[in-house]
Design a protein around this ligand. Structure first.
Ligand code: NDP
Length: 327
């Protein structure tokens, strides 16, 4: 038996509770992992609260990521005792995910944990840290360089935003953080932001083109914010778009693309190929010092996840939430 947060559907309503589950119910996958830590991502909060139908089949163990130790393996690349991490691939959406003491998954979906990271640090980073690195790598593949000018990060106090600031600053970029929480300015500057702006300057409907301001951007917010970011990118600039915290819509015009050669780079962390994952995790391990990783994270027990999920959707949680599934 193992403990898991289980989501069930009752009369069109999602219920969530910690339950003791028989290991025999873990059927999919060729690797059994003893989970040390999972996390609470925005998508997990949507799944747990049932606010948006993230979960495709019930009952479901949510948790789009986890880090732990291989217990049993039928996969050639893994043996008992190996330290592994998983992000996405439908975990917590189409098959049981990481908010549990055990997970059975496809070995092809696992990544060996870089030697310098503990399983706790891996989940302090979680899908947010890894997505932030995918965004930065997308910008750099596009040709972004630190001396091009300011890089904007929206949703700055969130998990992706916080790590994007830290990674960009470590790489030498001058980072401007956009946030709705001015009270967190000192924290954002500690992470590496050179400047902090109020997100309301970007969140209302704007003009097709605005003053050229940003050499590049990481957008966690979508909607009018992303439209305004596109409108205020400098000629040839690019935005790595990964989020929808303001909304899934994109009320933009083609003007920035056809008049300023701006590029919109979509970033998906769930089904991104394995090579890119390995590269992102290796770069994270190289770039981010342990203090920064810890600085961004707080820890909760499995039983607290439901309450914290609601607060996360209210925008009341800052940084990353690690879930210790064993307490
Ligand atoms: P968090 O909830 O930790 O952070 C989101 C941040 O967005 C908040 O902290 C807040 O920042 C800002 N925000 C919230 N509501 C609004 C609003 N109405 N208008 C403008 N800004 C708002 O989420 P994550 O950092 O984990 O994820 C960020 C986004 O990226 C989410 O939409 C998530 O679903 C998405 N995501 C996508 C992935 C992918 O594969 N593409 C992977 C991981 C995440 P502040 O308080 O500073 O204003």
């Amino acid at each position: 038996m193992f403990n898991a947060l289980l989501l069930e559907k009752q009369d069109d309503r999602t219920t969530a509770s910690v339950q003791s589950i028989d290991e025999a119910r873990l059927v999919e996958g060729d690797v059994l992992v003893r989970v040390d830590y999972s996390t609470l991502n925005y998508k997990d909060a949507l799944a747990i609260t049932g606010k948006i139908p993230v979960v495709r089949t019930f009952p479901m163990v949510p948790g789009i990521d986890f880090a732990g130790i291989v217990e049993e393996s039928g996969h050639v690349q893994y043996k008992p005792g190996d330290r592994v991490v998983l992000n996405g691939w439908g975990a917590g959406e189409t098959h049981w995910g990481g908010l549990a003491q055990k997970a059975r998954v496809l070995g092809d979906h696992l990544i060996p944990l870089p030697a310098s990271l503990t399983t706790r640090q891996a989940m302090a980073l979680g899908t947010a840290g890894y997505t932030a690195m995918l965004c930065v790598q997308a910008l750099e593949r596009h040709g972004a360089r630190p001396d091009d000018g300011d890089v904007l990060v929206t949703g700055a106090n969130g998990g992706v935003g916080s790590f994007a600031i830290a990674i960009l600053a470590r790489l030498g970029y001058r980072v401007v953080a956009s946030t709705g929480r001015a009270s967190e300015e000192a924290r954002l500057r500690e992470l590496g932001a050179a400047d902090v702006i109020d997100r309301s300057t970007l969140s209302a409907p704007g003009k097709p083109l605005a003053k050229e301001r940003w050499a590049a951007a990481v957008d966690c917010v979508g909607s009018h914010t992303l439209a305004n970011v596109c409108a205020s990118l400098r000629y040839g600039g690019a935005v790595a778009a990964c989020g929808l915290a303001q909304g899934m819509d994109l009320p933009a015009t083609v003007a920035p693309f056809i008049l300023r050669g701006v590029t919109l780079l979509g970033v998906d962390s769930v089904y991104v190929p394995r090579e890119r994952r390995l590269d992102a995790w290796a770069s994270i391990a190289d770039e981010l010092p342990a203090e920064t990783i810890e600085h961004v994270a707080s820890e909760i027990a499995l039983g607290e996840a439901v309450d914290v999920a609601s607060r996360l959707l209210q925008g009341e949680v800052k940084g990353r939430v690690i879930v210790d599934v064993n307490r």
